[in-house]
Design a protein around this ligand. Structure first.
Ligand SMILES: [Zn+2]
Length: 136
């Protein structure tokens, strides 16, 4: 056990209940990546996307576009037709989260995407704000 001030502070902070009482604190999902020859597979894409409450196809499309390589969802995994490191894919996922998950106004991740004509909006369930996301 570590009783340093910082770890005590940290554990005290972890006990603070969250506003909605869900107790679930948002954690950026970590991609599990496997290189397969010239391809790279994100093995836990279904899980990553459901943690963000997004469709795997949409997250995959963003990553493929950012990586400038074709990609597809196959049985809950994401197959990118290019070589990429875990760090690189993780960074793209974090870019996705910044663009499409966090509310622009309050910064909470409890958001939904709404499509209006060709514009995608992020609707925040915490503060009700609606802001335009970068188009995919
Ligand atoms: Zn908000």
């Amino acid at each position: 056990m570590d009783f340093s001030y910082e770890s005590l502070l940290k554990s005290a902070m972890e006990k603070v209940p969250k506003r909605e009482g869900s107790g679930k604190r948002f954690k950026v999902p970590q991609v599990v990546v496997e290189a397969q020859g010239a391809k790279t597979v994100i093995k836990n894409m279904a899980e990553v996307a459901s943690g963000l409450r997004r469709e795997p196809e949409q997250v995959g499309r963003f990553i493929a576009k950012e990586m400038a390589a074709p990609g597809s969802i196959q049985n809950g995994t994401f197959v990118l037709q290019a070589k990429a490191s875990k760090e690189m894919l993780q960074r793209k996922l974090e870019d996705y989260i910044k663009n499409f998950v966090y509310c622009r106004v309050c910064g909470e991740p409890d958001t939904k995407l709404e499509k209006d004509d060709r514009i995608v909006f992020i609707r925040c369930e915490a503060c009700g704000a609606r802001s335009a996301a970068k188009p995919v």
